[in-house]
Design a protein around this ligand. Structure first.
Ligand SMILES: [Zn+2]
Length: 118
């Protein structure tokens, strides 16, 4: 890993871009639908395997990240380093709810029309 170090506070994204497909190479990471990203959505690593098991059974993390657990195994592309001054109980909400809600709200034509008429 190059962008984060042990002990850094981070927010985990459900699935990160692959960084290698055409869309990622031009910086349009929201359009990345590589096999790596699809595996992420199902809680698997880029090679299609999971790093987790329980009593010999394969376990996949909930919604690709397993963030309800105390520990998680994710790709570096799923990790966003945050400032140490940000309370983690607030950062976890921002990492999920805000990005999920604010992205469509700021880019969808319906919302843009509603905003323009209000
Ligand atoms: Zn990609």
């Amino acid at each position: 890993m190059t962008g984060v170090a042990k002990g850094d506070p981070v927010v985990i994204a459900l699935y990160g871009p692959c960084g290698q497909c055409g869309e990622c190479r031009v910086g349009d990471v929201t359009r990345c639908w590589s096999e790596t990203r699809v595996h992420n959505m199902h809680g698997r690593m880029p090679d299609g395997t999971t790093r987790l098991s329980l009593r010999g059974q394969v376990v996949t993390p909930m919604v690709g990240a397993g963030t309800l657990a105390e520990l998680a195994v994710v790709r570096e592309a799923q990790v966003v380093k945050i400032d140490r001054d940000i309370p983690l109980e607030l950062a976890c909400l921002a990492g999920c709810g805000v990005t999920t809600g604010s992205g469509p709200r700021s880019t969808s034509p319906t919302c843009a029309s509603a905003r323009a008429s209000s």
